[in-house]
Write a protein that binds this ligand. Structure first.
Ligand code: G4P
Ligand code: NA
Ligand code: NA
Length: 195
């Protein structure tokens, strides 16, 4: 097990409905040393790519992205969620469907902070169905920037997002891939990874 998998086993809580709570170290209270270590690991995995910007989405992605960015020495851009906005041509916009909240939201990024010159590393806390990620990819495509990679803290391997993204040919690195969880025993099954 790697350091994140070990921490998930120690402090993660499996809830009914295949939900993994990581509120004490990642999503609510944040363990900065742990997340900094995640940043170092992403730097190892993506270090050769000419990354100019980290892109994430509010809210939980932001803190993680900031610590990752310390290892790449580039700015963080976070897409904002918005119910409805005036399309004034100054923004890239994508529709994101939320399975959990059963609604559609727009996410927006100002054209001032993302352009065709950029090489983007996308960072997020969870990858489940991949709807948020599809929205971010659509925004990057609209900007003309290139996606150098996608770094995820926890991928839920039994939901379709990861497979979809890999099938599209993206370089996706998830530090922990959960292939199964049992809310009665609390057991968590990780997909084996190379060291
Ligand atoms: P997805 O398609 O973007 O992969 O996510 P999905 O709609 O399935 O999930 C909606 C929200 O729930 C997302 O956060 C996602 O990160 C989060 N999520 C999904 N599975 C889990 C889980 O097992 N545990 C936890 N803790 N979160 C999970 P969000 O509402 O878009 O963002 P945020 O405001 O929380 O950052
Ligand atoms: Na998130
Ligand atoms: Na979340």
């Amino acid at each position: 097990m790697n350091f994140l998998e070990e921490r998930i086993v120690k402090d993660g809580v499996v809830k009914p409905g295949n939900v993994l709570k990581v509120d004490t170290f990642l999503n609510h209270q944040m363990d900065i040393e742990l997340i900094d270590q995640m940043g170092a690991e992403f730097k190892k995995r993506f270090g050769d790519a000419p990354i100019t910007k980290i892109l994430t989405i509010e809210a939980s992605g932001i803190g993680i992205a900031c610590l990752v960015a310390r290892h790449f020495h580039v700015p963080v851009v976070f897409a904002k969620k918005s119910k409805s906005i005036n399309l004034d041509g100054e923004m890239y916009v994508a529709e994101v469907e939320s399975f959990t909240h059963k609604c559609k939201n727009q996410i927006i990024v100002s054209k001032k902070v993302l352009s065709s010159e950029d090489h983007v590393l996308i960072i997020d806390d969870f990858l489940a169905n991949g709807c948020a990620l599809q929205g971010l990819l659509s925004i990057v495509a609209e900007s003309g920037a290139s996606v150098e990679g996608i770094g995820i803290a926890i991928e839920k391997g039994f939901q379709p997002g990861g497979r979809m993204i890999r099938n599209l040919g993206y370089h996706l690195e998830s530090l922990a891939i959960v292939d199964g969880m049992n809310d009665e025993t609390g057991e968590i099954l990780f997909r084996p990874q190379e060291a």
